[in-house]
Design a binder for this molecule. Structure first.
Ligand SMILES: *Cc1c(COP(=O)(O)O)cnc(C)c1O
Length: 466
């Protein structure tokens, strides 16, 4: 398998290269030259297999020739043995034809774990193969930080420095990060905002000599390995709900477009998916783009589903590349224009392609809260606000007479991670799962630093030369 850039002007790489490189040198995102296929017979086989076995089968063509199936299988098995449910990604039923895909059984209780647990192991394997090392520096406003830390802890060849804005993440979020006691994990509380943290990380990446010296890397959601890992639960869910004999639709709470893009990739590989519904909160750039054909940035407003509070969905570029006939040069020009003008008009063909494969809708905070309450009342179960966004859109925007296929709603976080919003909506505080409850008694490890680039650079250097 060879990987090419969406902007058409970067070296072609194999999986190992794409894994460590992340962003392409031309600013584009790597995608497979050609997608592998999944046949109806594959799907019938998968019905008999465990999650990690399906994952190995689905992912093998993406990682070849950097990794053979015998290298891949133990990494996949290790990654999904950390999940607290024997199905790894179980599917539950709310009402007839309406299902929840429970993506939150990993170590940090959010869907990020599904990809990152595997990514950490892939990094370690590839670095070992190359006799190399990397320093991962990231900034987090909450969720991604803990998932990245759990993915990289105790992995050989990796040092991870994670910045968070001091006093501006919830206590649970902070403790999920800082109570990890591992010599290669370095939590830094920056005296500043999340934007300050992100600016510091960007400045480190902009410093080429420094970047090369410490082999600076990232675990952000544009890494193709994350997208590939996420195709697997579309496959296992569709099989459970009747594929290949019948098609399934999915509704996905969307921020950076990584999750729903994986659904589109699975569909292009041959999985019988009917509709993919993009659900956003009031930060609705994707829903507006779908409706108007104009991708226009507006100010981000905080919500109860903070993992979806974004302006620009970076993975959307991969879909635009497919919809414009995989032409890198025009896409590069479009993305440059988008960057300077904060807005981009989709061509009629691209817009038509978008609407042919996807529906899109946004949910207000009031609607989300009402949906969380309604589910609690009808089913005596609690869902988190990200799941609430998707379920609101799936219910409200169903065609007259309902969806013609089973509708699988992606449930991306455990309700206890967003206990305040759930309490507000239902009057009930979700029980902390044992893994979270135990955090209260553990020692925290973190370094407080000022919002200063030189100080941070020294700190990072010390971490990776320890
Ligand atoms: C990251 C995240 C999302 C958004 O997923 P994207 O792949 O960025 O679209 C939704 N819900 C939760 C809980 C998340 O952590």
């Amino acid at each position: 398998m060879r990987y090419i850039s969406t902007r058409g002007d970067a070296p072609t790489l194999d999986f190992g290269g794409v894994l460590l490189e992340g962003l392409a040198a031309d600013g584009g995102l790597y995608v497979p030259d050609e997608l592998p296929t999944i046949s109806a017979n594959d799907l019938r086989d998968f019905a008999e297999l465990e999650y990690h076995e399906v994952a190995t089968r689905v992912l093998a063509p993406f990682v070849a020739p950097s990794l053979g199936p015998d290298d891949l299988a133990p990494l996949v098995e290790g990654a999904y043995s950390t999940f607290a449910h024997s199905d790894v990604v179980p599917v539950s039923t709310l009402t007839a034809g309406e299902h929840l895909v429970e993506l939150f059984w990993g170590p940090t209780l959010s869907f990020k774990d599904v990809a990152l647990q595997l990514l950490g192991r892939l990094f370690e394997h590839e670095l070992d193969r190359r006799g190399s090392f990397m320093t991962v520096v990231g900034a987090t406003s909450g969720d991604t930080g803990s998932a990245a830390i759990e993915a990289c802890r105790d992995r050989a060849g990796i040092e991870l420095v994670m910045l968070h804005p001091a006093g501006r993440v919830t206590e649970i979020q902070r403790r999920q990060m800082t109570t990890v006691d591992s010599p290669n994990i370095h939590n830094v509380a920056i005296d500043g905002t999340f934007d300050d943290c992100q600016d510091l990380v960007k400045s480190l990446f902009a410093d080429r000599p420094f970047r090369q010296q410490i082999r600076l890397g990232a675990v952000n959601s544009i890494n193709w390995a994350r997208v590939a890992a996420q195709t697997v639960y579309y496959v296992t869910t569709a099989v459970r709900l009747g594929a290949p004999e019948r098609a399934v639709s999915f509704c996905v709470p969307t921020g950076n477009f990584g999750n729903v893009l994986a659904g589109d990739v699975a569909r292009r590989m041959g999985l019988p998916i009917d509709r993919l519904v993009v659900a956003t909160n009031h930060n609705d750039i994707l829903a507006r783009t779908h409706r108007t054909g104009e991708m226009a940035i507006t100010e981000v407003r905080p919500s109860t589903s903070p993992a979806m509070d974004i302006q620009v969905s970076s993975n959307f570029e991969r879909l635009l590349f497919e919809l414009n006939g995989r032409r890198g040069a025009p896409l590069a020009a479009d993305m440059a224009r988008f960057r300077t003008e904060d807005s981009l008009a989709l061509t009629p063909e691209v817009l038509e392609g978008l609407r042919a494969g996807f529906d899109a809708g946004s949910a207000t905070e009031g609607e989300v809260s009402a949906t969380i309450a309604a589910v609690n009342e009808a089913d005596e179960r609690l869902i988190d606000p990200h799941t609430g966004v998707a379920l609101t859109v799936a219910r409200r925007d169903a065609p007259t007479g309902g969806w013609t296929t089973p509708m699988a709603v992606m449930s991306t976080a455990h309700p206890a991670k967003f206990g305040e919003a759930v309490l507000e909506a239902t009057g009930q505080r979700p029980d902390l799962p044992p893994a979270l409850a135990a955090l209260a008694d553990r020692e925290e490890h973190l370094t407080a630093l000022p919002n200063d680039l030189a100080t941070l650079r020294d700190f990072v250097t010390a971490c990776c030369t320890r």
